[in-house]
Design a protein around this ligand. Structure first.
Ligand SMILES: CC(C)(COP(=O)(O)OP(=O)(O)OC[C@H]1O[C@@H](n2cnc3c(N)ncnc32)[C@H](O)[C@@H]1OP(=O)(O)O)[C@@H](O)C(=O)NCCC(=O)NCCS
Length: 167
């Protein structure tokens, strides 16, 4: 069985190694990294999964915003990367990490927590309420597949604009 703990309680080098194993060591060039460039993970929404003291999963969430073409900025939270150790996938760890982050985001205590977004497979993230209904007019600072740009929450802005880091 695994426990979820604040990400800060897991060794940072183990988290980096897990992300390399899940996404490849060249992951830093991905568009998702550019969207949140220069920001730090939101501590209250970032967790590690530990099993017998070993890191088996992690989730990080980041402060981002939609800079609307028509003016104004809408705070959002970017979810991910979500990663589970290849040897421990498909036993519910990813689901538990997602549910915990969504639960805390829903408390209303965190800016942008009512508008979660991510880049990921809709086949996996639909179960948590993510879809592309609001994201069709969003732009990102790099290439992405439109079908993989997903949002969740009534405050996700269905407006044209650029998604980027929130100061
Ligand atoms: C995607 C990932 C986070 C899921 O975590 P997990 O702990 O393995 O998944 P869970 O145990 O919560 O859920 C397993 C279910 O999700 C399904 N699933 C996993 N990845 C999927 C994907 N990319 N698309 C569709 N379904 C997927 C599994 O087939 C399984 O289905 P089942 O319950 O019907 O058997 C994990 O597999 C992982 O780290 N993958 C590599 C990195 C990655 O792609 N991260 C997501 C992008 S941010």
């Amino acid at each position: 069985m695994f426990d979820l703990v604040p990400l800060a309680d897991a060794p940072a080098d183990a988290v980096e190694a897990l992300l390399d194993a899940a996404f490849g060591a060249d992951r830093h060039g991905r568009t998702a990294y550019r969207v949140r460039e220069g920001t730090a993970p939101i501590a209250e929404l970032s967790f590690a999964a530990l099993e017998a003291g070993a890191l088996v999963g992690s989730i990080q969430c980041w402060p981002v915003e939609l800079v609307c073409d028509a003016g104004g900025r809408v705070p959002m939270v970017m979810v991910g990367p979500v990663a589970v150790s290849p040897a421990r996938q498909n036993v519910g760890i990813g689901r538990a990490l997602m549910r915990r982050a969504i639960e805390i985001a829903g408390t209303g205590r965190i800016a942008g927590g009512d508008a979660l977004m991510l880049i990921g497979d809709p086949e996996y993230y639909a179960q948590f309420g993510f879809d592309d209904a609001a994201t069709g007019a969003w732009r990102l600072p790099g290439p992405f597949e439109a079908r993989r740009l997903l949002a969740r929450g009534g405050a996700a802005p269905d407006r044209a604009g650029m998604v980027g880091p929130r100061a």
